[in-house]
Design a protein around this ligand. Structure first.
Ligand code: PLP
Length: 346
């Protein structure tokens, strides 16, 4: 095999910050243990890099959404520490859970019945306390199908944890009632933002995702969470343009002076979406390189006035402070992470 040449996009992961964020969230979870949501390839950062770092930091519970996400995860952590949030939709899912040893999260009486028919065993159960997404209804908790079920963790999920809303307490009260009614070894309600709501919400296990990866879903976490993901892109070419010349599709930028610009290997196919147009300021060391014109599929153009020494083959930093990037683009911090494309070397 001919070795691949070096990539033109890389996603630098600060594993030290990732571990520190997990420890912070674990500490903020009080007596509860913090787990880790690593669905969607650890929010786009690469589960093969993220999971071992979190395990080394002390995480012992890992959540994915799809069954297809299990193999990449159990290559790095014990399968008994893995739960699959979408639950078993069919017999193949049950057989897969059984063969791999990961736990299904059962979200309906149908899924409970399916799991029991397949042989049962340790499982998690999601109860819906008001988000109206996945989960058993409160009313169905008395169903005989649940009697004797071997529930490792009873879960619920908050709809408005990132808001100062009275509905958080409504869900808290409902979850306590669900716990009273449903015997389980552990109880888990809070994700990243829920951890910021205080120890009442922590129960036995918390399930942070976004905040592990540098996201700040609640103002109370601003100073506690460190950035983790640093996208970087290669400069493909530099050029001199004259006053009056246009740059990129539709000439969305027209130079009002002679200037030197750089063509950077980063486009919307890499998750750098069109909404960055006219907003992004890339960096080379401390020099600011404002983006000029539109985002193409594979390229953007930046102003090199502040960095006259930049040459083709140099690397520039993509602005990815998540709260700031979210403000600039209107994308959520979740979208900013999970849309980073496959061409980034992780
Ligand atoms: C995604 C998810 C989480 C993690 O949420 P964050 O807001 O990223 O911390 C936790 N629990 C469930 C059920 C989820 O779907």
């Amino acid at each position: 095999m001919i070795p691949l040449p070096p990539p033109a996009l890389r996603l630098r992961l600060d594993k030290e910050a990732l571990a520190a964020n997990w420890r912070t969230l674990d500490r903020l979870s009080g007596a509860a243990q913090a787990g880790a949501a690593v669905k969607a390839d650890a929010y786009g950062l690469g589960v093969a890099h993220v999971a071992p770092a979190l395990a080394a930091a002390g995480a012992r519970d890992f959540f994915v959404a799809h069954w297809s996400e299990v193999p990449d995860l159990i290559a790095h952590v014990p399968s008994a520490q893995v739960a699959v949030l979408h639950g078993p939709m069919n017999d193949a899912d049950c057989a897969f859970a059984r063969a791999t040893g990961v736990r299904p999260v059962l979200n309906s009486i149908d899924q409970v019945a399916r799991w029991r028919e397949s042989g049962g065993g340790a499982c998690d159960v999601m109860v819906d306390t008001g988000i109206n997404r996945l989960g058993l209804s409160m009313a169905s908790l008395g169903d005989p199908a649940l009697a004797g079920l071997e529930i490792e963790t009873l879960l619920s999920h908050l709809a408005k944890a990132d808001e100062d809303s009275a509905f958080n307490e409504v869900q808290l009260t409902r979850f306590r009632a669900a716990c009273d009614q449903t015997p389980a070894r552990r109880r888990s309600l809070a994700a990243s933002a829920g951890i910021a709501l205080g120890s009442d919400y922590a129960f036995d296990l918390t399930r942070p995702g976004l905040a592990l990866y540098g996201g700040v879903p609640h103002p109370a976490l601003v100073d506690a969470i460190r950035p983790v993901a640093y996208p970087e892109a290669e400069v493909l070419q530099t050029r001199e343009i004259a006053a009056g010349e246009g740059v990129g599709y539709n000439h969305a930028f027209v130079a009002d002076r002679a200037m030197r610009v750089g063509v950077v290997s980063l486009g919307y196919a890499d998750g750098f979406l069109r909404c960055w147009g006219g907003r992004a300021v890339l960096r080379h060391s401390d020099a600011k390189l404002p983006m000029l014109g539109k985002v193409s599929m594979d390229m953007i153009v930046v102003d090199l006035t502040a960095a006259p020494d930049v040459r083709a083959g140099d690397w520039v930093a993509v602005p990815y402070d998540l709260p700031q990037a979210s403000q600039a683009t209107g994308l959520t911090q979740y979208e900013l992470l999970t849309t980073l494309g496959r061409r980034f070397q992780r």
